[in-house]
Design a binder for this molecule. Structure first.
Ligand SMILES: Cc1cc2nc3c(=O)[nH]c(=O)nc-3n(C[C@H](O)[C@H](O)[C@H](O)COP(=O)(O)OP(=O)(O)OC[C@H]3O[C@@H](n4cnc5c(N)ncnc54)[C@H](O)[C@@H]3O)c2cc1C
Length: 394
């Protein structure tokens, strides 16, 4: 658990889920949008740092919740968990959006250097000096805890784009660098959604009265934009494409199991369980939170495969050589979704065969089942929720 109380081990995630269970039904539907302020987010689960790293999976969360509530009572909570899968599946089928966003971000950073006006407005935002009470307080909460309530994130992004007139790409990067649950799909695509780029023409405009009411009068912002100018010169939405091809692990090949912050419960995967794992390694995390979660994942994996050599952190450039030295003919990791970890590791897919070590990935049934319904709007996935939850966990 972090100092601010966010679960970063599998045991803490299950404990948090257990204590949240009574709230996951109708109370969640009624109260989830209330932002109570730093340290008081009792109406939401605060599970995102754990599920983002798959210390606990979406399937496990939903199965546990539905053992206590029927789907009608827990519909809101369950569908929020599906939003995570939706964003992930949607991006996976439009992978070019990630490098396009990264390139646009670099262009916006260059614009900061070139335009004093833009730079000053950006500095005021990131230094919590805009004079907009809720916005400045959310920057401070984010800096201290690494977390913002979902509803606050929506207001924050809307004020950033429409009131402060700042590029959404800079806002998405600002949040991504600070969030304890930073996730390429949920973050980038939520910013696009607020900006009006996901559902064409539909923007999210923050409203002062609603902010007052949802924060129990803690904030009374003035000067918020009343109209939204959609950033039309921004990234075009590509058509959906097939999920990228990947090599599945050979069930009898000596294996180096690789843990990354994308999935830290390999021992729960059916596909992994049968593999002859000879060595276990992880790549270094991006921040202290990743490292805490990684330590927990490594400890469990090394217990689950006691015969394997626990190598600890390995530089990506040395992975294939380490696997070879450990007598392994394949490196196996969980499917790497679009994002920084895949950016670093994907070159090994090409390099592996030339070095006599295949780079292979196992995929959760959850992703295999949900992603085909993530090609259009969320509604198409929401319709399938009853059938998907009946299929059970993977
Ligand atoms: C601008 C913006 C940026 C965001 N960036 C991220 C991010 O980088 N990483 C991230 O994990 N989430 C992100 N979200 C989604 C959401 O805000 C968080 O997942 C949620 O606040 C986590 O808190 P919780 O676990 O208490 O949620 P709860 O309300 O308890 O929801 C339960 C679970 O459902 C999922 N979930 C809930 N709401 C959403 C949502 N809107 N989108 C996707 N999944 C959701 C999460 O896995 C969450 O743990 C972002 C939302 C916005 C509007």
């Amino acid at each position: 658990m972090t100092e601010a109380g966010f679960p970063l081990s599998r045991a803490d995630a299950f404990q948090r889920l257990q204590s949240f269970l009574p709230t996951a039904g109708r109370a969640y539907a009624r109260l989830r949008n209330k932002d109570q302020g730093k340290g008081r987010h009792v109406h939401v689960s605060r599970l995102s740092p754990a599920v983002r790293r798959r210390l606990i999976t979406e399937a496990e969360i939903i199965e546990t919740v539905l053992a206590h509530h029927d789907l009608a009572s827990a519909e809101k909570f369950v569908s929020e968990v599906f939003w995570r899968s939706y964003w992930k599946g949607w991006l996976e089928q439009r992978p070019t959006l990630w490098p396009d966003y990264r390139a646009a971000l670099e262009r916006e950073k260059d614009r900061l250097d070139a335009s004093a006006d833009l730079r000053l407005r950006h500095e005021a935002a990131i230094d919590a000096c805009t004079g907009i009470d809720c916005f400045d307080a959310w920057v401070e909460e984010l800096n201290v805890t690494g977390y913002l309530h979902n509803w606050a994130r929506m207001q924050f992004a809307s004020i950033w784009i429409f009131t402060l007139g700042l590029p959404w790409e800079l806002g998405a990067a600002f949040l991504f660098d600070r969030l304890i649950d930073a996730d390429p799909a949920s973050n980038t695509l939520s910013w696009r959604w607020v900006a009006g780029l996901h559902t064409v023409g539909k923007v999210y405009l923050a409203d002062a009265g609603r902010i007052r009411s949802m924060t129990n009068g803690r904030f009374s912002p003035t000067g918020l934009a009343h109209t939204a100018i959609i950033p039309t010169d921004s990234l075009q939405t590509p058509q959906p494409a097939a999920v990228r091809p990947f090599a599945r692990p050979n069930p009898s090949a000596p294996t180096l199991l690789l843990l990354t912050s994308e999935d830290l419960s390999p021992e729960t995967s059916q596909e992994m369980c049968g593999l002859p794992v000879r060595a276990i390694a992880c790549i270094d995390g991006c921040n202290t939170w990743d490292r805490m979660a990684m330590a927990d994942g490594m400890e469990r994996a090394c217990k689950a495969w006691p015969e394997a050599d626990c190598l600890g952190i390995v530089e990506p450039a040395h992975l294939l050589a380490k696997a070879h030295a450990a007598g392994c003919s394949q490196v196996t990791t969980a499917f790497l979704p679009v994002g920084p970890v895949a950016d670093v590791l994907m070159p090994l897919q090409v390099e592996g065969p030339t070095r006599g070590v295949l780079f292979t990935e196992y995929m959760h049934d959850w992703d295999r089942r949900t992603w085909p319904h993530c090609r259009k709007g969320f509604f198409a996935l929401r319709e399938k929720i009853p059938a998907l939850v009946r299929c059970g966990r993977d």
